[in-house]
Design a protein around this ligand. Sequence first.
Ligand code: ADP
Ligand code: ZN
Ligand code: ZN
Length: 731
Amino acid sequence: MITIIQVVFYKEVTFPLEYILPNGMFLPKKGCRVLVPIKKRKVIGIVWSCKKKNTVRYNKLKSIYKILDNEPLFSKDMWKLLCLASQYYHHPIGSVLFNALPNILRREKSFPVKIFSYWKITDSGMIFESNRLKRYPQQKRALTILQSKIAISSDEVKKLSINIYSLKSLKKKKLVQLSKSSNNEVFWRNNIEVSEKKPKLNLEQSEIVKKITSDKMLVPWLLVGITGSGKTEVYLRIIENILISGKQTLMLVPEISLTPQTTRRFYERFNVPIEVLHSSLNNREKFFIWERSKNGENAIIIGTRSALFTNFKNLGLIIVDEEHDSSYKQQHGWCYHARNMAIWRAKQENIPIIMGTATPSLESLFNVEIGKYRRIDLTRRPEGYLPSHHIFDLKGRPSTCNLSRSLIHSIKNQVSQNNQVMLFLNRRGYSPVLICHKCGLVSECLRCEHYYTLHKNQKKIECHYCNQSFPIPIQCSKCSSTDLISLGFGTEKLEERIRQIFPNIPVVRIDKDTVKNTYLLKEKLSLINTKEAKILIGTQMLAKGHHFSNVTLVALIDIDGVFFSNDYRASEKFAQLFTQVSGRAGRSLKKGKVILQTHHPNHPVLSSLIKKGYIEFALEILKERKESLLPPYSSHIIIRSRDRNGSNSLNFLTEVRKIILKHMDNTNLYLSNPIPSTIPKKKGFFRWFLLIQHSSKIFLNIMLSKMIKKIQNIPEGKNVRWNIDVDPIEH
Ligand code: ADP
Ligand code: ZN
Ligand code: ZN
């Protein structure tokens, strides 16, 4: 008898391969990494299963080179969750498992365990981890000194000449090292302090906190609270209870732009180790956070989508903030939905989960309707009022950048009263089109067949599909004319125009071009919070989650795009964006005002939304979905394919279609022809998809499982890149 080990891989092979465990090597556990040969390469895989077999048939198998882990990298619960995800999303288990691990574990190199010390700045509650200071010699020196001390004054910190991001708040305060027992794991649990500076909950809030903390049923909570109604405060109170019981909390947030503000509130409230997990950390940093939460060394993790896969020693609560946000859905490779998987995870681990939002997704409202979630509401703002809405008709009023005379008047009015104004435009750059005035040629990215956007300040043109950029052309590539003009406007031009109209008023712009990193974001946000900037211009980066107490006027400069979309989700998305954007106004004692500019002031979507408010509106479009049997009243699966000439994808999807048709014994199934994607070409790849719809999720899933092998074996599949998207949110 010999031992056969089945190993799964990240990308190299989509199915498990078998290897022999050489004599003398200990039996690896399921979920450990091993080094094995594939052809002539050494590849890292994960042990999927082990079995004893007869030698004769298996002696052609190769042997494992090396076992890389003594203990499995996944908890039992996580392993089950990922197996389920692999089945549900029809994605190879190897890829799923590796996606759930820190990238660094895809390499063989192993990392020594580090000694960490957490430092707290007393009073403000800021906590940082001194091991982060390791990049430069003077930081290394500082680290040695810090590690030998228990407390250090701000003067001493200055002498160390290290730049701790919170030094500003350090004035006259002391840095204190959080005590750590010899057992790394428990050091924060014996030492929990909750800041006294917390508001008294209002009735709604305290009832919700009571309900959730005393709940035993563990049905997911959908916390629907209008913008600024104190959801975060509710989270903080519930987390307080979780911390006291010695457990950890995972909070998912949609975007990194939201975290500086939220995390500050968390730091200020609790003196426990709180870590932020997001995509701009490097691989080592991510790995160390992962390790620490596995060991129970941190108490709270705030993170974006993939933070869902963090291993915790003792997870007690999951929060999904802004549950409706589309960034929870991965759009490439393994197309999982982090909110939905968070629900599975909470169930698997038997812990409570709270999803919070001002604008719940239709899917979640549907889940409330069928009893899968429980809805609780926060209906009013502890501070401030909900804003009033005004629609400005743009028809027949020529204006640069849609800055109508009445809008300019309103801006002037607010600014003169020392209030702040926010102008929202979801289009970055100077102008979306550069055209030759002589022959009409529009500069276009050939890889995407999409117009270049002009970025005047940065002196470049950029394709917003593939992000490739070039210097601004001097001449037309066709007729050589130098008379190139730009059409339309984006945030950059809007800013230019605003500065012309209001030359003495400070303006700040927040979009992907002006905010390239969190440092710049913090800088801009502080300009806003200190009220130095009076007019704020931004894309949706500015629209979400921020709490600017002095903004009294929000204007949506151009919203007409939404009325021409052929995506059935367009009105849901618009209603969410609109509600979130207008929620930025009137967050303090001053009454807020929202101005919407459109050529379609009587559009039914608009009037219904304003009249009824988000929830009523959403329930109404949910009814429409029911009548037309669209999700969530039916289930969608998309098979996507892309290639460089387009015809291969078409051939592949045609073959997939034939296979499905053969299996299709159920008349309730709808199967489309191959359709070009919403972005039909990107980075030189033509993109197509096939849509399968059925009223039953389970039926659709079983059907696809039955034929997935056949689809994988279609010869045309070798010439394309394809994947499966279950419950897609984009086409
Ligand atoms: P949301 O997360 O729903 O947008 P927040 O929790 O950020 O709302 O609360 C909005 C503002 O109201 C914050 O400044 C917060 O400190 C404040 N706040 C929350 N709850 C209360 C309360 N019970 N009393 C007074 N202020 C509160
Ligand atoms: Zn020309
Ligand atoms: Zn492009």
